[in-house]
Design a protein around this ligand. Structure first.
Ligand code: GDP
Length: 142
């Protein structure tokens, strides 16, 4: 196992429902260190750029509109195998299919409004972290 970092986004639905504290508590209880944290209202350009890989998907427009609807909270998480550990804690993309106790099961509404984002590989995590945080804003855990 290796110490990894991953990008976490608490999406507009989670922030609107005032679940930021509850979700961050679950993250810390699961042993992640929060190395950086910021609340931000994404612009259309930033949201489109972040999800550029999905540009051809039919839900792209809906996804971008959702992500700019209200502020999000972006965070850098660190833990052994953080990329897969955070995706396990989030649960499946569709909250209806997510395991009990996962964040998307607890706080997600549907496949679009599913409370959280997590990087899907170590490689993508590096790109996604750099998209939101200059290295100087990511402080080591100790
Ligand atoms: P993830 O890695 O589990 O977040 O899932 P994907 O990479 O497949 O999709 C990225 C994000 O696009 C998801 O988290 C959803 O917010 C959104 N998304 C995926 N499928 C749909 C869909 O069918 N409709 C809508 N509106 N959004 C979707």
């Amino acid at each position: 196992m290796a110490l990894e970092r991953t990008l976490c986004i608490l999406k507009p639905d989670a922030v609107e429902k005032k679940k930021v504290g509850a979700i961050l508590a679950k993250i810390e209880d699961a042993g992640f260190a929060i190395l950086a944290l910021r609340r931000v209202k994404l612009s259309m350009d930033v949201a489109e750029g972040f999800y550029a890989v999905h540009r051809e998907r039919k839900f792209f427009g809906e996804l971008v509109q959702f992500m700019i609807r209200s502020p999000v909270v972006v965070a850098v998480l660190e833990k052994e195998s953080a990329v897969s550990a955070w995706r396990t804690l989030m649960g499946a993309t569709d909250p209806a299919e997510a395991d009990g106790g996962t964040i998307r099961k607890l706080f997600g509404a549907n496949k679009g409004e599913n409370a959280t984002h997590g990087s899907d590989s170590v490689e993508n995590a590096k790109t996604e972290i750099a998209y939101f945080f200059p290295a100087s804003e990511v402080s080591p855990s100790a």
